[in-house]
Write a protein that binds this ligand. Structure first.
Ligand SMILES: C[S@@+](CC[C@H](N)C(=O)[O-])C[C@H]1O[C@@H](n2cnc3c(N)ncnc32)[C@H](O)[C@@H]1O
Length: 328
């Protein structure tokens, strides 16, 4: 463990403070404390580099007994419960699965010629593979089944709110570590990844309802890397369907060279490519934010930016004057 390591970790936690503040003031306070706490920083520095991030530490703490109420409790928990905490952080990963992101995908999917095969890379438990099974409320305009969970979306610009959900005939997910929406342990971990704050209850209700939908109609979930498993995933496409390769909140986790290979591979396939990622993660979608995530995602189809969305869904700003979803 070097001083450089400690500085780098503290910097990461300081950057997280601004990201967390709007939706989770508690996480913002805990991250601020962590950035200056030798107890926390030394604990983190003893973990492998990919296992030190705020989301993972705070998720593991929630998983093991709830979020600490303040910095003093954070230090105490890290000292008293170090072994369990380390084991959880080593075996689990940040795999937040937010079905509300479907609110930004639906207006694009509904414009494509159906029926659709959806292939989601970085699917986590696959909860974004059911855009046709959820109900939506776009500024009061209702879309989709009325007996399912309801995803509320605040819109601006000419969002092409669809009259109906598209027909989905095959759902395939790829993930380094697919989670099982029917497994109580995986569901508990997904719940622990929801940041405590004013919108947490709503997010947890949505997560539980979406996990039920997914468990009742299991998708084909393949384990492995998004480039390596793409050919296998394509093998599960329904004949005669439009194949959509989609991903949301995945590419910042993928090393730059793999990201470039993925972009090249997808661009060469007879598929539509729908992404909801921080700017610049998909070629042609703008400048990459300094912290790798930023406060907005870009929704793009076949590399063409169509809209901006809140990272966890709930807000959608259309950039053009309507459809914009012309073939690439
Ligand atoms: C933040 S989660 C997003 C989950 C889901 N797309 C959503 O928006 O709710 C990122 C997911 O990407 C997966 N992932 C990261 N790198 C990957 C790779 N190279 N290949 C496949 N999956 C990957 C992680 O395991 C994780 O489940």
């Amino acid at each position: 463990m070097t001083e450089q390591d400690i500085d780098r970790i503290a910097q990461g936690y300081r950057a997280f403070v601004d990201e967390a503040r709007p939706t989770s003031p508690l996480y913002a306070r805990l991250a601020e404390h962590a950035a200056g706490s030798p107890t926390v920083l030394e604990f983190l520095a003893a973990l492998p580099t990919g296992k030190r991030q705020p989301n993972l530490l705070l998720g593991a703490l929630q998983f093991l007994g709830g979020a600490p109420g303040d910095g003093a409790e954070l230090d105490r928990r890290i000292t008293d419960d170090a072994e369990r905490l380390r084991a959880t952080m080593l075996t689990r990963a940040t795999q937040t699965n937010e079905p509300a992101r479907c609110g930004a995908l639906l207006p694009v999917l509904a414009q494509l010629e159906g029926p659709l095969t959806l292939i989601e890379v970085g699917a986590s438990a696959g909860l974004c593979l059911y855009p046709d099974r959820y109900g939506y409320d776009y500024d009061g305009v209702q879309v989709g089944p009325s007996d399912s969970l309801r995803i509320r979306v605040e819109t601006s610009g000419a969002v092409p709110v669809p009259a109906a959900v598209p027909e989905v005939v095959a759902r395939i997910g790829v993930d380094l570590n697919p989670l099982d929406p029917a497994d109580p342990g995986d569901r508990a971990w997904l719940r622990a990844l929801v940041w405590p704050g004013p919108v947490a209850d709503e997010r947890l209700r949505r997560l539980d309802a979406a996990a039920q939908v997914a468990a009742a109609e299991p998708a084909t979930l393949l384990r492995g890397d998004l480039v390596d498993r793409l050919p296998d995933a394509l093998g599960f496409a329904a004949p005669g369907s439009t194949v959509v390769v989609l991903h949301t909140a995945v590419l910042p986790y993928v090393p730059g060279d793999v990201r470039a290979r993925f972009a090249e591979t997808v661009a060469g396939l007879p598929v539509r490519w729908l992404a909801q990622e921080p700017a610049g993660m998909v070629p042609g979608t703008g400048e990459r934010p300094a912290d790798g995530w930023g406060n907005e995602f870009v929704v793009s189809l076949d590399r063409r930016p169509l809209a901006r969305s809140a990272p966890h869904g709930g807000r959608l700003e259309w950039l053009g004057d309507g459809l914009g979803a012309s073939p690439a």
